[in-house]
Design a binder for this molecule. Sequence first.
Ligand SMILES: [Fe+2]
Length: 460
Amino acid sequence: MTTTNHNPYLKGNFAPISDEVSVDDLPVTGTLPPELNGRYLRVGPNPTGPDETGRGHHWFVGRGMVHGIRLRDGRAEWYRNRFVHGDVPEESPNTNILAQGGRLLALVEGGGAPVSIAPDLNRMATWDADGALQDGFTAHPKIDPTTGEMHSVNYLIRPGAQHLRYVVLDATGKATHTAELPVCGVPMVHDMAMTATRVVVLDLPVTLSTDAVDRLKAGTPQHGDALPMRWNEEHPSRVGVLPRGGTADQLTWIDAPRCYVFHVLNAYDAPDGSIVMDVVRHDTVFRDVFRGPADALPALARWTIDPNRGTVREQIVSDHSVEWPRINPDRVGHPHRYGWFGAVGPDGLRLSGDIDRDLGGSFQPGPLVKLDTTTGETTTHHFGPGRATQEPTFVARPGAESEDDGWILSVVHDGNTNRGELVVLDAADITAAPVARVRLPRRVPFGFHGNWIADNEIGA
Ligand SMILES: [Fe+2]
């Protein structure tokens, strides 16, 4: 007797796929911008076998699978999907994929090392920055748009772990700085923020549950135990402000609103010395629902962090339910106006048709949303009945002069045909008809994060 079929994250377009395919010359509707020479890559969990799909299954856990769409000179040359594997089989990052130092890297948090992937997706190897990543890495490092430097806050999911590890890699991928930052109770640190001068560390009340760890060890997991992190009423909610390249003695902790933040849209230094940080806040996660982040609907909030006064002021930017926040990557650490998001929750369910209606929780993919953080105004691109997207990716038009001059790429799931589609929108006006649509030969399961990797980042 198994409860597998009752886990919503193993059903519909959350369900894994079992094989790897390569298909050339994909059909395109509209006109692919010839400037888009590179690959749109996404990664997500693709659980296989009873250990990964049993009673304890959590959406965030399972072997990684990368999906790639190669664009060149206005054509969609190929689609490929591959299981991610490092030097040993259990190394299979499933959360993000990006380029650094000319390498394509699949990433996961909590202790796993990155896996370096060849541009054709056919060769892979574990990569640990010459031993600098002894506590694993994060899925959400921040890349300085001017220097290419990458800042990361990393943690180990391990009972008794007592620090986070702040690691800076230079533009070639060489570690140039590392510092241990003491914390208590093994908080889940999914993201961080970086400004032009400082980094912000999130220490929020979701921590390692020793009960869940014990159940896993005993082979008697309950729902969601595969990710043994739970809402913890006893744990503080705080942000740590640290100079870039700083050490623990320079860290200032400040009480923050009680909530959980998976994702930061961006942060920047304000003239008065405070930090403006836009975050997607969930009132709680893993308090009521353990298999995915479905306790409450998330919303974009602006935190103004004043390290001198030791305060965080919170203002809700928009009550539209959104996740997967992305900005123009040239704005990382600097003032921004726009964010692009995937809508989630009842809006997503209502607007996207009947996809996975039995999910029942709030984490339901839907349309794409652009948000003007200066006004709170939103515009939406609806993909049609039964069609939903997740994370948008912004790609600047060469020579762009305004923040939103470029394209939005995202993979849309079509529940009517059970296939995926790469949709290219005009980032300045996402309400317009798509610039181009690339039909994919199969569905791309709802996963986590993706990026556009131009040929000049990793070679053709
Ligand atoms: Fe994430």
